[in-house]
Design a binder for this molecule. Structure first.
Ligand code: PD2
Ligand code: ZN
Length: 274
């Protein structure tokens, strides 16, 4: 199989099959890069495609649940309400107290602005109609409350605090939503290599519910027909060991129909997030 110029810059199953075949024939990454450049690929993009295609699944957070109904998260006993294996999803109860939910929302409120999404072409950020919430980021360990919650989550998920991005708080007013998407960074996009420099791929997400709307606003997993109701103090965790749709980690925030929904999202990286 050859790599025709019209396939340049598009990650199709054919391109991925070509990469796998070259590797199985013993060709080096340098040889593959040379062939891809000759077919019109930019070096960075080609490198990302090769790495993404050949990469074995990476370790991901794996809360030690067993058949326990509760997990000791250090300063709090967290309830296990639901778990499934493919995709790996866990719904937790009692992760945050009412006071912690209120304090996060009140500290975040004056800093909210319209949420952005990653601009895949550049690695920067952009406004996107698919995401109509307002949001803000705390930096990691920004204050005593954030510090305490981050330590609890690290213990709950058995994943180092340093590998977590700062908590992001989101407010959804009626009509606001986050259309289904993947949280990992697409290896085929030209902006991805620069994003990955800060801690590697995202490998898991924890969405903490700070305030429940009166109607709507479920976190949905369309590949498996699951809808998680946003109950205050609860959280939904899911992991993805490859930046690939086969992880079934497609998920979204359904439109809020009445009232306000508030969440805090913690994204977990492979390595230390700087
Ligand atoms: O607020 C949600 O339910 C939601 C849904 C999908 C949040 C995110 N994604 C996210 O923050 O990535
Ligand atoms: Zn998401």
């Amino acid at each position: 199989m050859s790599l025709s110029p019209d396939q340049a810059q598009r990650v199709t199953p054919q391109v991925q099959a070509w990469v796998r075949t070259q590797a199985s024939l013993g060709h080096t990454i340098a040889t593959m890069l040379k062939a891809m450049r000759a077919a019109g690929w930019q070096t960075d993009v080609a490198r990302g495609v090769i790495a993404g295609t050949l990469k074995a699944p990476v370790p991901v957070p794996l809360p030690a649940l067993g058949s326990a109904l509760r997990i000791d998260a250090g300063d709090r006993q967290v309830d296990v309400l639901m778990q499934m294996s493919q995709p790996h999803i866990v719904v937790f109860g009692n992760v945050l107290s009412d006071d912690e939910c209120s304090a996060l929302m009140e500290t975040a409120r004056p800093r909210l602005s319209r949420s952005l999404t990653v601009a895949v072409k550049t690695g920067g950020e952009e406004l996107n109609d698919d995401r109509t919430s307002r949001g803000m980021f705390f930096t990691r360990g920004e204050n005593e409350l954030v510090n305490r919650i981050e330590a609890r989550l690290a213990r709950l998920l058995e994943w180092p605090i340093e590998n977590g991005e700062g908590l992001q708080v989101l407010q959804y007013l009626p009509g606001a939503e986050y259309k289904p998407h993947y949280d990992y960074f697409d290896p085929a996009e030209p902006g991805t290599p620069s994003i990955l420099q800060r801690g590697g791929q995202r490998v898991a997400t924890l969405i903490l519910y700070l305030s429940a709307p009166e109607a709507g606003g479920a976190t949905v997993f369309p590949d498996v027909g699951l809808e998680v109701a946003p109950q205050r103090g609860h959280a939904v965790f899911f992991s993805y060991d490859q930046p690939h749709a086969s992880t079934l980690s497609l998920h979204g925030g359904a439109p809020v129909l009445a009232g306000e929904k508030w969440v805090a999202t913690k994204w977990l990286r492979e390595k230390e997030f700087i």
